[in-house]
Design a binder for this molecule. Structure first.
Ligand SMILES: *[C@@H]1O[C@H](CO)[C@@H](O)[C@H](O)[C@H]1NC(C)=O
Length: 153
């Protein structure tokens, strides 16, 4: 009886370690932490910061691990849901951003931001269905001044 309980505990411990290690690569951001990082570390233009936050929240819910498969056979990856249709390539570097799509899923968003900026320069926010559906109307944009004490105007 005692032994069985011990084994059960050991098995649960092992299982949680496994689950934890499978999760540890990605990252879920808090809204204000993300806003500050985009602003300070990545020099995102303040004018568009609330658009970026809205976009990310509707595309990936601020979770870098998200992959969404599309009926067209392509998929979108990471915080910005960057599509393998043209911007990145599955399994090896490629696409317009010259990135491997899977690399967008880890907790380092340097490459993601770089590619997202490129998409923005070429296409604008309308590239992202989440932005078009939910952020195009400026009334829907988060008030980062109020929520995060970041003055964007
Ligand atoms: C930010 O974007 C605005 C609007 O397009 C532009 O006028 C301004 O020069 C940009 N600021 C920087 C630092 O790029």
């Amino acid at each position: 009886m005692k032994m069985a309980r011990y084994n059960f505990l050991l098995a649960s411990l092992l299982l949680s370690c496994l689950l934890w290690s499978a999760q540890v690569d990605g990252k879920e951001y808090m809204r204000c932490q993300l806003a500050r990082e985009l602003l300070q570390k990545y020099n995102i233009n303040k004018t568009f910061l609330s658009n970026w936050i809205c976009l990310i929240e509707h595309e990936s819910n601020r979770d870098t691990k998200v992959v969404k498969r599309n009926p067209n056979g392509f998929a979108s990856y990471g915080l910005f849901q960057i599509s393998s249709k043209e911007w990145c390539r599955v399994s090896r570097k490629g696409g317009i951003c010259d990135k491997k799509c899977e690399d967008f899923l880890d907790d380092n968003i340097d490459d993601d931001v770089q590619c997202a900026k490129r998409i923005f320069e070429r296409v604008g926010f309308k590239n992202w269905p989440g932005w078009t559906a939910s952020c195009r109307n400026t009334q829907n944009l988060p008030n980062l001044g109020l929520a995060c004490n970041i003055q964007t105007v």
